[in-house]
Design a protein around this ligand. Structure first.
Ligand SMILES: Nc1ncnc2c1ncn2[C@@H]1O[C@H](COP(=O)(O)OP(=O)(O)OP(=O)(O)O)[C@@H](O)[C@H]1O
Ligand SMILES: [Mg+2]
Length: 277
């Protein structure tokens, strides 16, 4: 057994930190459908943790449990050493967990900068009333938030489109703006639901580089869902494999690639749809 409180070096040679989040025996049902069946796994500080599996395996549902969007019928979520009570998504966000969506969720009519600024909402302390009474504090906060947003925009190399309405952007750039919005929250854990879906090879390479840079430069812990096995192998420190709501594998990219249950699950399912896009 690995010590939860200690860093360790994986068999692939990467050092990952102590456990920061632990899912314990999570079961999630929608009516008669069991989307997640008794799944346990942990996320360690500073790692890139991939969640993979065929369509309908329960991957997005799992990310939605982590983000507080769904409350599982059974099981416990532990965060930073304490059991997390059922929480609303905004409360989870306030604890430093930010996310992007499988289907892009941006304000299409708003500029890139304004969309990224919405990522700062969890950090805004001055409420509407105090903004009216005490303009100075609100203005200082606005300036500070704008600085963070601009820094993220520079980091993701989208300065040239900062004033452009999101609706006018190609798909690959919208995905990057969504990442920028999530990063603007300065999260300690970043959840990415298929950040590279629908991208061409070049866009995927860019996005992979940005994900690695975020992990390196900010030390952000990242949990991501991805179908492209090449990307998963390149990016992740450890991988959870799901199939029909069950966990069928958990380990380094090398370990899961040689896991027979994982091989069977993937051979049984055609992933041509993803490959063609
Ligand atoms: N809100 C919901 N209501 C009812 N059933 C749901 C809901 N969300 C997910 N499901 C069901 O739960 C199962 C898991 O879905 P989920 O979206 O988590 O899979 P996934 O692994 O993310 O798949 P994909 O790769 O296609 O995105 C599916 O059978 C799905 O139909
Ligand atoms: Mg999904």
């Amino acid at each position: 057994m690995k010590d939860n409180a200690e860093s360790y070096v994986t068999t692939d040679g990467r050092t990952i930190g102590p456990v920061v989040m632990e899912m314990k025996n999570i079961t999630l049902r929608f009516g008669g459908v069991e989307a997640i069946k008794d799944i346990s796994f942990d996320i360690r500080e500073g790692e890139i943790r991939a969640i993979i599996g065929p369509n309908g395996a329960g991957k997005s549902s799992m990310l939605n449990v982590i983000s507080g969007f769904y409350v599982p019928q059974e099981g416990e979520v532990w965060y930073k050493g304490a059991r997390r009570p059922p929480m609303k998504p905004y409360e989870v966000a306030q604890q430093g967990i930010a996310r992007t969506f499988q289907n892009i969720a941006l304000f299409e009519g708003m500029s890139v900068l304004d969309n990224v600024m919405t990522g700062r909402l969890t950090h805004m302390k001055t409420g509407m009333l105090s903004q009216m009474i005490w303009r100075g504090a609100a203005e200082r906060e606005e300036v500070a938030n704008r600085e963070v947003a601009e820094r993220i925009i520079d980091f993701l190399e989208i300065q040239a489109i900062r004033k452009t309405p999101v609706a006018r952007l190609p798909y690959g750039l919208k995905k990057r703006v969504e990442l920028a919005r999530a990063l603007a929250a300065e999260p300690s854990i970043l959840l990415l639901d298929e950040p590279m879906a629908g991208m061409n090879v070049e866009e995927k390479e860019d996005m992979s580089r940005f994900i690695l840079d975020v992990n390196d430069e900010f030390g952000t812990t990242i949990a991501l869902i991805e179908h492209d096995m090449g990307v998963v192998m390149d990016l992740s420190d450890r991988v959870v494999v799901m199939d029909y709501g069950k966990k069928i594998g958990d380990g380094t990219p090398h370990e899961v690639r040689n896991n027979q249950a994982v091989i069977d699950a993937y051979l049984g399912v055609a992933h041509d749809e993803e490959d063609a896009t």
